[in-house]
Design a protein. Structure first.
Length: 131
């Protein structure tokens, strides 16, 4: 089995994201200059929300797969931020899409992210249950 080191730290992740998201590269550069990795991830989320508004589901799917690659190869810190910001935003993606679009998004979502999303949703239901 390939025991590859998880080597992508925040700075390396930012370099990848600049390439992954050419349309928001300027914004990513500005945020990374302030060492704001969470801000960079949030910028990618906002970008995907814009793409969803234009019903560009395939592009969004592709971007989610790229983020999954970063997640799988990222340090714990990188993973944590991706879970808490990127995967967390899938809830608003769901609100923003119709059922058919959401089903496509979910169906092509990497298993990693499906699991995290499902767990987050369960936890939220427990936390926010109306008594």
């Amino acid at each position: 089995k390939n025991m590859e080191m998880k080597t992508i730290n925040e700075n390396a992740a930012i370099e990848h994201l600049k390439v992954f998201y050419p349309t928001i590269q300027k914004e990513i550069v500005q945020l990374s200059a302030q060492d704001n990795f969470a801000g960079v991830i949030q910028a990618t989320v906002n970008h995907l929300k814009n793409l969803l508004q234009q019903s560009k589901i395939n592009i969004v799917n592709h971007n989610i797969k790229m983020m999954d690659w970063l997640y799988r190869n990222g340090t714990n810190n990188v993973q944590q931020i991706i879970e808490n910001l990127f995967v967390r935003s899938f809830r608003s993606f769901k609100k923003q899409t119709d059922t058919h679009q959401w089903n496509i998004l979910y169906q092509y979502m990497p298993v990693n992210f499906q699991k995290i999303y499902t767990n987050q949703t369960k936890m939220d239901e427990i936390l926010f249950k109306k008594h």
